[in-house]
Write a protein that binds this ligand. Structure first.
Ligand code: HEM
Ligand code: HEM
Length: 552
């Protein structure tokens, strides 16, 4: 499917390039690369286009932003702050907002693009996770993705700290608290980052180098690697008619996908421009300049940091004093919430493909993905993680929740502490049942066809409903269900690894076999037991045994 001739209009340019750098064949091959057209494959593109907009708007901002904590007296056109002493960083952000033509629009677009960038990545990663698209051979691209996500959070943190307003200062104060709580290296790192005792002189310029140079540079390199790998390995595709592990069904890059992607970029750009124009974001002039002694009520970080904020708020005030006053304090109340949720989520994400491979023993390549219902344990684990994250995220705004619902703040904390453990477990059980239910409903459609709504009365007086075969596209989609392999030794099924009997006798081998069997889940086969066009009883004729018909 990826072969064929290049459509007419590009033969000219292709010849031009071929005659100069001999890349005609390369272009021909790549311009015909096939892109699957399931909507969920566009989620990664939201992240990609938002990143381009971040680079463009961010570059504009660098022309006017001064990354300096030097003091100045504000003399710009925002009356309410005239004559106030503030940092040059804050003054320049006000200058961008009120005195640079298009400056406020650029700041707002930059901020909205940042939110969309991270949100785009998150939903994209969820689609990859829930469909199992991270499986062999795409584990490397998954790992690059996890790195991208981590770096994006850091990029956001360094970004919203730059304007040096009261809100960004509150974020910096937490960053300092976390850094200084690290055992052994904490003090050193804090002094290096802040250039002395908090708030120091250097943190804005340090963050500036990180924000506009180091992290975007790494992001750009990793996104390029991500795209190259995706290009070389080709896309996965949803199961469906004529879709196999050796083809990709969809539209070629040129002209169909190029036009679609161009339009989609414009759409993303337009959405961000509209948001930047009409939806106010981060109005730093209302918060005022940062002073370490002030804090505003109801401060919230950007949404992607909310889960860490929630973890800090939930954690009981535990600390360990080592060796009395001569030793040091290990502030678990800061260390655990700062490192554990991030650690659990990012390490869990990074390791998942490898843990799953170990459990299932599945070393095959996968180019057709799973529908989430067909791998119920994976889907349940994913939903539990989303719940864990979601509870922390919600509790990051527990002051707002308490104020809005007029409940006690402490009460929200206690409920949150329970929910963060119980929530994921309950969601796991519910998701697992829902997945099995959906699999059964697929099996019923394959087995009996779809209810047509046509009721027939037979000569005997019995009423039946005519069942018709499902739409062939939908049927192929349902039939593209792969059973989850189980390692040999778990139950005699040997489509996964053959574990040597020595390993099976080892306790870890036994655990692996047990996990493998459990992960395989309850098997619900798709069997066409009655043939298509089968007729099913819908109602009962006079005088007949109702029960026998209803259970038919
Ligand atoms: C080359 C890329 C980038 C450059 C040159 C850049 C530059 C800047 C500059 C100069 C500011 C301070 C301006 C101001 O606040 O008024 C800023 C703020 C910010 N940046 Fe970036 N940035 C880039 C990429 C990113 C990325 C990838 C993210 C997202 C994760 C991001 C998130 C932010 C945020 C949230 C702010 C605060 C905006 C505000 O004040 O409302 N930036 N950036
Ligand atoms: C800067 C952020 C990112 C960008 C711009 C990006 C972009 C893309 C694009 C455009 C694709 C092609 C297919 C699709 O959209 O689904 C893709 C595929 C992929 N991405 Fe990302 N991605 C990013 C972050 C992530 C993250 C956070 C993960 C996972 C943690 C990830 C894992 C993957 C994998 C495994 C594939 C191959 C999936 C397949 O072929 O079905 N990516 N990425």
């Amino acid at each position: 499917m990826s072969t064929g001739t290049v459509p007419k209009p590009i033969v000219g340019p292709s010849n031009f390039i071929d005659e100069r750098i001999g890349a005609g064949n390369f272009l021909k091959r790549n311009l015909r690369k096939v892109f699957p057209d399931h909507w969920s494959f566009l989620l990664g593109e939201i992240a990609l286009y938002s990143f381009i907009i971040l680079l463009l708007t961010g570059t504009f901002l660098t022309f006017f932003f001064k990354p300096s904590m030097g003091h100045t007296v504000y003399e710009g056109s925002y009356d309410a702050l005239k004559g106030v002493t503030m940092s040059e960083a804050y003054a320049s952000s006000l200058h961008i907002s009120f005195d640079v033509r298009g400056g406020l629009l650029m700041r707002q677009m930059h901020h909205w693009a940042a939110l969309l960038f991270v949100a785009g990545m998150m939903v994209h990663a969820l689609r990859v996770f829930f469909t199992g698209a991270y499986r062999k051979p795409r584990e490397l691209n998954w790992l690059i993705g996890v790195l991208l996500l981590t770096l994006a959070l850091l990029e956001g943190l360094t970004g919203y700290s730059l304007p040096d307003d009261l809100l960004s200062g509150a974020g910096l104060r937490i960053t300092e608290g976390v850094a200084i709580s690290l055992p052994l290296v904490g003090t050193w790192i804090t002094f290096f980052l802040f250039g002395g005792e908090y708030p120091g002189e250097d943190v804005i310029s340090r963050f500036y180098s990180l924000h506009i140079l180091l992290i975007p540079g790494i992001l750009l390199a990793l996104i390029t690697a991500h795209m190259i790998l995706m290009w070389v390995q080709k896309h996965t595709q949803m199961p469906g008619k004529d879709r196999t592990n050796t083809n990709v069904v969809g539209a070629p890059f040129y002209p169909a996908f190029m036009a679609k992607a161009g339009a989609y970029f414009m759409f993303t750009f337009g959405t961000i421009a509209l948001l930047g124009t009409f939806a106010q974001i981060n109005p730093i002039w209302l918060f005022g300049p940062y002073t370490p002694s002030d804090i505003s009520a109801g401060s919230q970080p950007d949404f992607y940091m909310g889960f860490l904020e929630g973890a800090l708020r939930l954690m009981p005030a535990w600390e360990i004093n080592l060796f009395g006053t001569a030793g040091g304090t290990l502030p678990l109340n800061v260390l655990i919430p700062a490192l554990v949720p991030m650690g659990i989520i990012m390490t869990g994400l990074a390791l998942y493909p490898f843990i799953e491979q170990w459990v299932t023993g599945d070393r095959r390549e996968h180019h057709v993905v799973d529908r989430p219902r067909n791998n119920p344990h994976r889907t349940s684990i994913g939903m539990s993680a989303v719940t864990f994250y979601g509870v922390l995220w919600l509790l990051g705004a527990n002051d707002e929740i308490a104020a809005f619902f007029s409940v006690s703040l402490n009460w929200t904390t206690y409920v949150g502490r329970v929910l963060v453990f119980v929530g994921p477990a309950v969601v796991y059980a519910i998701t697992y049942r829902v997945c099995l239910g959906l699999q059964r409903s697929d099996a019923a459609i394959i087995g009996h066809g779809v209810e047509s709504g046509v009721i027939k009365r037979l000569p005997s007086g019995e009423y039946i409903e005519v069942h018709v075969p499902p739409n062939p596209g939908i049927e192929a989609h349902m039939r593209g269900k792969e059973s989850i392999p189980i390692i040999a030794g778990a139950d005699g099924d040997s489509d996964g690894d053959d574990i040597p009997s020595k390993e099976m006798r080892h306790p870890l081998g036994k655990v692996r076999a047990k996990l493998s069997k459990a992960y395989g889940g309850e098997k619900i086969a798709l069997v066409d037991d009655h043939g298509h066009g089968h007729e099913e009883h819908a109602a009962v004729g006079p005088g007949e045994d109702e029960k026998s018909h209803l259970t038919h």
